[in-house]
Design a protein around this ligand. Structure first.
Ligand code: ATP
Ligand code: MG
Length: 155
């Protein structure tokens, strides 16, 4: 059982550590449920989304971390940012190993292009899917949407 409130707190601490005060970090938790899954794996998947948000958002931008449940009962972990965004044509290949968007601003940022491949692998093991919405110069929204079977009931 993965204690999601605690994992969200950990992600906030990681985001603050990576940002070093350069971004506004906004947190929302409206899902009362935990998940069935592997805490270490989910930590590494969510951590990759958080490190991307920090890396690809210029100083002064905002990063949103959310653990939410919608009216249909679907639960999602979302990392949104007001960063450089991703041109539409790159979205289909983004989770491939070593794939990086070739833009002056993201080059020299030092990534290897493995983060999202790890995310994809971990999510497949958790029956979760990754939804990506992004607009260049506006920002990105990465949502991990979990299947109802992965949602643990409250005690
Ligand atoms: P690594 O995660 O291995 O250190 P990386 O961040 O380059 O390297 P991925 O996390 O797999 O690799 O991301 C792939 C590419 O997707 C990035 O190189 C970047 O171009 C783009 N990308 C990912 N997240 C964001 C984001 N939040 N905003 C803008 N671009 C992003
Ligand atoms: Mg990355």
């Amino acid at each position: 059982r993965v204690h999601m409130a605690a994992l969200l707190d950990t992600m906030v601490v990681e985001a603050e550590g990576l940002s070093q005060g350069r971004h506004r970090i906004v947190v929302k938790n409206t899902c009362p449920h935990d998940l069935w899954g592997n805490a270490q794996e989910l930590h590494s998947a969510f951590g990759n989304l958080v490190s991307n948000a920090v890396r690809y958002t210029p100083e002064g931008g905002s990063i949103y971390l959310r653990w939410t449940q919608d009216t249909e009962g679907r639960v999602a972990f979302t990392v949104a940012d007001t960063g450089i965004g991703i041109p539409r044509e790159h979205l289909p290949r983004l989770t491939e190993r070593f794939y990086r968007v070739d833009r002056g601003r993201s080059r020299g940022n030092g990534g290897t292009g493995l983060g999202l491949a790890i995310v994809k692998h971990v999510l497949a093991r958790h029956h979760a899917k990754l939804d990506i919405q992004s607009e260049p110069d506006k920002g990105s929204v990465f949502s991990v949407i979990f299947n109802a079977e992965q949602v643990a009931p409250n005690d």
